[in-house]
Design a protein around this ligand. Structure first.
Ligand SMILES: [Zn+2]
Ligand SMILES: [Zn+2]
Length: 201
């Protein structure tokens, strides 16, 4: 069997970050170099809100995102690909779909991706289409901040909820039911129902 897809899971060693983690926002991974290296390439450091601008539109970063990453050259389907594995942990600001209140949530993204240099053969030959999930990079460069941003976006919950028991907003009066009980029923009915009530009494 070729390919190293079945080896052990990536073991994060957060202590490597140290007291003054390295900023990684400007780091670019050069696949042309990496694919011919015997040793894995490792990154360990942080990214800030300015590095993750696409994420800022949906889930702004609070503080810094911490990243541990390892990239190595592996032979897969007869050619060299860069397998990038790692973990990114961050605190993101999300909006609760029930009560519409912003809240902070810890997010951890597992990274396990494969990259190759050049253009995707699937674009030329349709029979290759379902073979694998390697991403092709025409110039062989990969910006670390783009990779992390995409992985965090994929990890975001579809329907963020601030607390598992969030009561949401009342559909009638719009009250945040987590903070105060709904006042709909206490309000004196108005309009046609008020007229009905006076007829009955
Ligand atoms: Zn909520
Ligand atoms: Zn109400």
């Amino acid at each position: 069997m070729d390919g190293n897809r079945d080896d052990d899971a990536f073991q994060p060693r957060w202590e490597l970050l140290g007291d003054h983690p390295r900023p990684l926002g400007d780091i670019t991974l050069d696949l042309n170099h990496l694919l011919h290296r015997a040793q894995p390439w490792k990154a360990c450091g942080v990214l800030g809100p300015a590095d993750l601008t696409e994420l800022a539109e949906t889930a702004p970063l609070e503080g810094q995102a911490e990243l541990l990453l390892e990239a190595r050259s592996v032979r897969q389907e007869g050619r060299l690909v860069a397998r990038v594995r790692g973990i990114c942990r961050a605190t993101l600001r999300l909006t609760c779909v029930r009560c519409l209140v912003d809240f902070c949530a810890p997010i951890e993204a597992d990274i396990d991706a494969a990259f190759a240099v050049g253009s995707d053969p699937a674009a030329k030959n349709k029979s290759w289409r379902f073979e694998e999930d390697v991403e092709y990079l025409p110039d062989g460069t990969l910006k670390l901040r783009h990779l992390v941003e995409q992985e965090l976006l994929l990890t975001l919950p579809m329907n963020p909820i601030c607390l598992s028991g969030c009561a949401g907003l009342c559909a009638g009066c719009g009250a945040d039911l987590n903070r105060a009980p709904c006042t709909c029923r206490e309000i004196e009915p108005q309009g046609p129902f008020a007229a009905l009530k006076s007829l009955r009494s």
